[in-house]
Design a protein around this ligand. Structure first.
Ligand SMILES: Cc1cc2nc3c(=O)[nH]c(=O)nc-3n(C[C@H](O)[C@H](O)[C@H](O)COP(=O)(O)OP(=O)(O)OC[C@H]3O[C@@H](n4cnc5c(N)ncnc54)[C@H](O)[C@@H]3O)c2cc1C
Length: 284
């Protein structure tokens, strides 16, 4: 199916993109296009009006790439998943992102889909949210009149991932002492989308879990922290059996909403595996 006629804009700077975005009516931003183009076709099929203008961010070079400055990792919003995966900068706590990227969909999608599109597309199941919450990542936006705004990924998802601005980049602080574990279960075997994802970050202090962050993507609502689990783990010894014990200390509202028995069971298995993984590392 062909798209409805539209005017395609391809600015080369963020300033130009902001100017267009704030002055044109009926406009949508285009990143990798893996969701947007399909959704415009769906709107057309349903007889719903589609936007007259599309602004592609692809030619804005400052929005692309991964770099490290001092102790901060910066990921441009237009960085495609495969480029993040192969970045040599993914060391220390950043390294968990390689595992996350590797699990996303298929190679053709990973070559087109961007980190920014993954975060801002407002699909509850896309999976960059949980690890970036665990990493205490911050999203940086540019809005009308070139105002900038920074918000933690955690707060962005608390606010239902709503934005009228252009996401320019994401920053994460290096933390060599952090240990992270990521578990993800896929939903289908043919088109790979996640059923759930769990990311736990902790530090070991005197053989105990400290400053733990457990972020969960239940895929039916946006990624969020399980504060009950965090509270249970913090201060506990990294002893065998702690993972099993932790399963009695979960914020059940996250896991029970729109979950069948299979999904609930996979949550428990994933959380247990993540804690066991961290426990092993804490004991060495
Ligand atoms: C078949 C298929 C399988 C997939 N499987 C997975 C999976 O397993 N795991 C997973 O996590 N994801 C998966 N995805 C999602 C994918 O990773 C991308 O997140 C998603 O397709 C959108 O990224 P995009 O760059 O193509 O964005 P686009 O489709 O171009 O844009 C999506 C939306 O985000 C907005 N947007 C994009 N960039 C910005 C920006 N910089 N600032 C403000 N708004 C912006 C656009 O306006 C648009 O509304 C899958 C997608 C497909 C099509």
């Amino acid at each position: 199916m062909l798209l409805n006629p539209l005017t395609f804009h391809a600015p080369k700077t963020v300033e130009e993109a902001i100017e267009l975005y704030s002055t044109l009516g009926e406009v949508r931003l285009l990143a990798g296009g893996t969701f947007l183009l399909n959704s415009l076709k769906l709107l057309k099929k349903r007889g719903i009006k589609t936007p007259q203008h599309v602004i592609s961010l692809r030619k804005i070079s400052v929005l692309q790439g991964v770099k490290v400055t001092g102790d901060t990792l910066t990921i441009g919003a237009m960085t495609v998943i495969n480029d993040l995966f192969s970045s040599p900068h993914l060391t220390d706590n950043f390294a968990i992102l390689r595992t996350v990227c590797r699990n996303i969909s298929t190679n053709p999608i990973r070559n087109m889909a961007t980190v920014g599109g993954n975060l801002t597309s407002r699909y509850t199941w896309t999976e960059m949210g949980a690890p970036l919450i665990a990493l205490e990542a911050v999203m940086h936006f540019c809005g009308t009149n070139h105002t900038t705004e920074s918000i933690t990924v955690e707060d962005f998802f608390k606010n239902f991932a709503k934005t009228e601005k252009i996401l320019t980049h994401i920053t994460i602080r290096r933390d060599p002492a952090a240990a992270l574990a990521y578990q993800r279960v896929k939903k289908l075997s043919d088109v790979d989308v996640p059923l759930l994802a769990v990311c736990i970050r902790t530090h070991f202090n005197d053989g105990c879990f400290t400053r733990t962050r457990a972020s969960i993507n239940c895929t039916t609502s946006f990624a969020k922290r399980d504060l009950v689990l965090e509270e249970f783990l913090n201060g506990k010894k990294t002893a065998n059996g702690i993972a099993q014990e932790a399963l009695a200390h979960l914020d059940t509202s996250i896991y029970d909403t729109r979950s069948d028995d299979y999904k609930k069971s996979m949550f428990r298995i994933s959380i247990k595996k993540a804690i066991e993984d961290l426990t092993r590392r804490g004991q060495t």
